[in-house]
Design a protein around this ligand. Structure first.
Ligand code: IMP
Length: 184
């Protein structure tokens, strides 16, 4: 079986392949742009995207909408994470956090799979924002996010290690488990 992952992000595809290869499912990247609506939740953004794309794409596909939620910033950048990463970047976010003691943050990921109808899978990882970027692996805010129980950032981990604990890894695991049951 082949499964299209609609994303411009090759890092996300690399993470997904590790879950689906063992199931004999080939994941390939489909770089189709879709509108990311302004909404309060990742679920709404993902659902709108998948329903919009369903009119254009034949065959099963999925997308992922994720974000970084910083407690001291009332959940910002959250659903605006991609925009904030593009504009303020890591340095900009660290500036917003200057002098802020509460460094707690979490990543959430919502995967929306379309096979004629939409199925949503979610994952979350808690951690904290570091004072400075560390590491070169991964993408996005990885260099400043240290998951709970670790003294390294996501950018100091291999993809396999990040997958075992990350928001997307957890959502992908739920999706892969569901697919295994439903492909029977
Ligand atoms: P989107 O899901 O493509 O809308 O992007 C969300 C944004 O959140 C990305 O641009 C990244 O900056 C950030 N993000 C999402 N997942 C991760 C991750 O696993 N590591 C680091 N940053 C992430």
């Amino acid at each position: 079986m082949e499964l299209a992952f609609v994303t411009s992000n090759t890092g996300k595809v690399e993470e997904a392949r590790k879950y689906f290869e063992p199931l004999g499912v080939r994941v390939y990247r489909l770089p189709v742009a879709y509108p990311e609506i302004q909404a309060d939740t990742l679920e709404e953004v993902a659902l709108f995207g998948v329903e919009w794309l369903a009119k254009k794409i034949k065959g099963p596909f999925f997308l992922d909408d994720s974000g970084l939620f910083v407690e001291a910033l009332s959940g910002f950048p959250g659903v605006y994470s991609a925009y904030v990463y593009r504009t303020l970047g890591i340095e900009g976010l660290l500036k917003l956090m200057e002098g802020v003691e509460n460094r707690k943050a979490h990543f959430r990921s919502v995967i929306a799979y379309w096979d004629g109808e939409a199925h949503l899978f979610t994952g979350r990882v808690d951690g904290e924002i570091t004072n400075a970027p560390m590491g070169t692996e991964g993408f996005g805010f990885d260099p400043i996010f240290k998951p709970e129980g670790f003294d390294r950032t996501f950018a100091q981990m291999t993809t396999a290690e990040k997958n075992t604990i990350s928001h997307r890894g957890r959502a992908l695991r739920a999706f892969a488990d569901w697919l295994k049951e439903n492909l029977k």
